[in-house]
Ligand binder design. Structure first.
Ligand code: WTA
Length: 629
C-alpha cells in the first residue's frame, strides 16, 4: 500500500485519476472484509449521494484488532503517556487491546446499547477512551465523541442533536495542573438530555462526585460482570461508524457522519503514505480524540495499519514547555504530528528546552489544522527536526475524514507553508468566483474537489439539506471545503485560509492568512489575526490584532514596522489600517481563531457577540473590547 518513490507517486496518482474505481478496488483488497463489494463507487453529487464499496460487509475493529492477533498480538498497539510524568506510562499490546475492547463492548451491551444506537463519549485522554470508541464500533453502535473541554451547554446540544442513549464519561480529567470535573459538567448537561438512559463513569481523578443511582454505573464495576469474548457485529460498508461535530466557529455545530468501509480504507491508506510509517515505528499524534485528527490518526488509521500509536493525556506546557520533547525521547518517537498553534506556543520558549532531549529517533514531522506560517515552519524544521526530518503539512477537514493534500514524507518534496500535492485519489481544482475551473497551473482561487474519495462525510446527521447547501451547492458537481488556495508552477497547493476570510479592500481581494503570515515574520510578534471592517472609501479596511513577545514595548514605532513588513511582503494595499496589541486571541477549543468575534469588535458591533461559551479563553475577549481602537 505504501508508495516508495516520487516516480511511483506520479504513476499511482495518474492511475487513481484515470480510473478511480480500479485504483480503490486494489487498495481495498488489502483489508479484511466479511463480504466483498458488488461495485466500488456510485455517486450523484446533485443529491448529493456518495457510496463506496457497495454491499460489502465488514467490521472496522476486525481490521484494527483481530487481523493483527496472529502475527503481532504482543506488539504494542497503544502507548499511553499520562499527564503527570511521574505516573507510569501504559503499554497495551494488540492482544490486550482486543481483549479490553471486547470486554467493554459487552459492558455496552449489558447497558442496553445495540447496533445503530448513538453513544456519546465525553472523556479525558485516557487509554479507555480509545477502548470505548472501538467497543462502540465492535457492536455497531455509533460513537459521538465530544471533546472533554466543552461546556455543559455544548455537550447537551450534541447529545440531543444525535439523541444519544448512553453517555460515557469520567469523574474528572487531568490536564496540566488543572482538574476538570467532567462528571459535574455531564450532570449539568443531562438535566436537559432526556434520551440518555445510562451514564458509565470511568474513575480517573478519584474526586468526589454526585451519584444518580437510576442513571449512573461505574465503569470498573460493570467490567467485573462481563467476559472478554465479543464477536464483531457485521456492518454494511455504508453503515454509520460515527458522528463528529465540527467546531462551532459559525452557527449550530454540524454532526458530520462517517461510514465504515470507505473511512477505514482511506484513513489507513493516507496514514501509511503520508507518514511513511514502517512496521515497528512509534508514531505520535498530539491531538485529542475529541477531534477528527484523533479519530483518524490516533485510532483508526494507525490501528488498522498495525502501528504503535502514542496517546498523551496532558498538555505541551506541563510540567514545562519541554514536555513534548521529553515524551519523544522517552518513547523513541519516529513520527510526530501536531498543530501550528502548538508549534508557535513552543517557539516562544528557549530552545534549551528541546536541546535537553535526545530527538534522534524522529524521522517525520507533521502539522495540521491551520496554515503554518513560514517562521513557525522553520523553527519546527531547525530545532525539532534538526533539518533532517521532512515536514508533512496536511490539509484536510472533519468533513473529508482523512488527509487530502500533503507531501508524502521523504517521497514528494515539502515546501514551507505549502500543503503541496494531492494524495492519490484526490482531485483538487481551483475555481474562480463564477465557479469556472482555472486551467493555468500557477493560480489562486477557491479550492474544490471534483471527484469523490472514500472517506468523505456522507451527510450532516439529521440535516441532509444543510449538507447539500454547505458543501455541494456553491459549485455544482464539486465538493466545496470553504478554503482558498494558490497553486505554484509545480502544482503545489498552499491553503490561504477560509474563503470567508477574504477581505476586499479597494477592490482588491486580500486573504487574511498571508497578511498574518507577514506580520508574524516580525521578530517581535508571536501571533496575529487580521479581519476586515467597513471603511467609507475603501469598502473594507484591515484591522490587525497582534500578540508580541513578553517584554516588547508596544509603541508607535512597532506599529510602523508591522505595517512595513506587510507592505514589503504583500504590498502597500495590504497594510492594516488599525493595529491593536492584545494579550491573546479568542480561540475555539480546537485552536482556531474565532474571527467572528474579532470582526465584530473591529466593526464596533459589540452589542451582540453571540455565543462565546465554547471558547478556550473567553477572558481575552474583555481585554480586546476594552482596548479596541
Ligand atoms: C484548516 C482538521 C491550512 C482549513 C483536520 C480547513 C488547514 C479546516 C490545514 C478544517 C493545513 C486544516 N493548512 N489550513 N494543513 N489543515 N486546515 O475540521 O481551513 O478541524 O478547512 O479539521 O482547518 O478544520 P477541522
Amino acid at each position: 500500500m505504501r508508495i516508495n518513490s516520487y516516480q511511483e507517486y506520479k504513476e499511482v496518482y495518474q492511475k487513481s485519476v484515470e480510473n478511480p474505481s480500479e485504483f480503490w478496488n486494489s487498495i481495498a483488497e488489502q483489508f479484511v472484509w466479511r463480504k466483498k463489494w458488488d461495485k466500488v463507487l456510485e455517486y450523484d453529487w446533485s443529491k448529493p449521494s456518495t457510496k463506496w464499496f457497495l454491499n460489502a460487509k465488514l467490521n472496522i475493529t476486525e481490521n484494527c484488532l483481530d487481523r493483527h492477533l496472529k502475527d503481532k498480538g504482543d506488539q504494542i498497539a497503544i502507548i499511553w503517556e499520562p499527564n503527570d510524568p511521574k505516573e507510569d506510562a501504559k503499554h497495551i499490546s494488540y492482544k490486550e487491546l482486543h481483549s479490553q475492547v471486547c470486554a467493554f463492548a459487552n459492558v455496552l451491551k449489558n447497558n442496553g446499547v445495540t447496533k445503530g444506537d448513538r453513544v456519546c463519549i465525553y472523556m479525558p485522554m485516557v487509554a479507555e477512551l480509545a477502548v470505548a470508541v472501538l467497543a462502540c464500533a465492535r457492536i455497531g453502535a455509533i460513537h459521538s465523541v465530544v471533546f472533554a473541554g466543552f461546556s455543559s451547554t455544548a455537550l447537551a446540544a450534541r447529545i440531543n442533536d444525535a439523541t444519544c442513549k448512553v453517555l460515557l464519561t469520567a469523574d474528572g480529567s487531568f490536564r496540566g495542573n488543572k482538574i476538570t470535573p467532567l462528571k459535574d459538567i455531564a450532570d449539568e448537561a443531562l438535566k436537559t438530555c432526556p434520551s440518555i438512559e445510562k451514564t458509565i463513569v470511568y474513575q480517573r481523578t478519584q474526586q468526589e462526585i454526585s451519584w444518580n443511582p437510576s442513571l449512573d454505573v461505574w465503569w470498573h464495576e460493570e467490567l467485573e460482570k462481563v467476559d472478554n469474548h465479543c464477536p464483531a457485529e457485521e456492518m454494511d460498508s455504508e453503515d454509520m461508524l460515527f458522528i463528529l461535530y465540527t467546531s462551532g466557529s459559525t452557527g449550530k455545530p454540524k454532526g458530520m457522519v462517517h461510514t465504515c468501509g470507505g473511512y477505514m480504507v482511506y484513513t489507513a491508506y493516507s496514514f501509511q503514505n503520508v507518514f511513511q510509517y514502517k512496521q515497528g515505528d512509534i508514531y505520535w499524534c498530539t491531538a485529542d480524540i475529541g477531534w477528527i485528527t484523533g479519530h483518524s490518526y490516533i485510532v483508526y488509521g494507525p490501528l488498522s495499519s498495525g502501528a504503535t500509536t502514542v496517546m498523551f493525556e496532558g498538555v505541551p506546557s506541563y510540567p514545562d514547555f519541554g514536555r513534548f520533547w521529553e515524551v519523544c525521547e522517552k518513547h523513541k518517537v519516529n513520527q510526530f504530528y501536531t498543530a501550528p498553534t502548538a508549534i508557535r506556543a513552543l517557539a516562544k520558549h528557549p530552545t534549551e528546552l528541546i536541546d535537553k532531549y535526545d530527538l534522534s529517533d524522529l524521522k517525520v514531522l507533521g502539522t495540521v489544522g491551520e496554515p503554518i506560517n513560514e517562521e513557525a515552519w522553520h523553527w519546527y524544521d531547525d530545532y525539532v527536526g534538526k533539518n533532517k526530518c521532512p515536514i508533512v503539512d496536511t490539509w484536510w477537514q472533519t468533513e473529508t475524514g482523512g488527509m487530502m493534500i500533503s507531501s508524502l514524507a521523504g517521497i514528494t518534496e515539502d515546501k514551507p507553508t505549502f500543503a503541496t500535492l494531492p494524495l492519490p485519489g484526490i482531485q483538487p481544482v481551483l475555481l474562480d468566483h463564477d465557479g469556472t475551473e482555472i486551467s493555468e497551473t500557477k493560480a489562486e482561487g477557491i479550492l474544490a474537489i471534483k471527484h469523490p474519495w472514500p472517506s468523505l462525510a456522507r451527510t450532516i446527521y439529521g440535516d441532509h439539506e444543510r449538507y447539500k447547501n454547505v458543501y455541494f451547492s456553491a459549485y455544482p458537481d464539486h465538493y466545496f471545503p470553504g478554503d482558498g488556495a494558490l497553486r505554484d508552477e509545480n502544482g503545489n497547493y498552499r491553503i490561504t485560509g477560509r474563503v470567508d476570510d477574504v477581505v476586499i479592500v479597494s477592490g482588491h481581494n486580500l486573504g487574511t492568512a498571508p497578511i498574518e503570515n507577514a506580520i508574524n515574520e516580525h521578530e517581535k510578534v508571536v501571533e496575529s489575526a487580521v479581519v476586515g471592517f467597513p471603511h467609507d472609501i475603501k469598502g473594507n479596511a484591515l484591522y490587525a490584532y497582534v500578540i508580541t513577545y513578553d517584554g516588547v514595548e508596544e509603541n508607535d514605532q512597532l506599529i510602523k514596522e508591522v505595517r512595513e513588513v506587510v507592505s514589503n511582503t504583500i504590498g502597500p494595499i495590504a497594510k492594516p489600517d488599525k493595529i491593536q496589541f492584545v494579550k491573546g486571541l479568542p480561540k475555539t477549543r480546537s485552536g482556531k481563531i474565532m474571527r467572528r468575534i474579532l470582526r465584530k469588535v473591529a466593526s464596533n458591533d459589540i452589542s451582540n457577540l453571540g455565543d462565546v461559551s465554547t471558547l478556550l479563553n473567553p477572558e481575552v475577549v474583555e481585554d480586546i473590547i476594552e482596548n479596541k481602537l
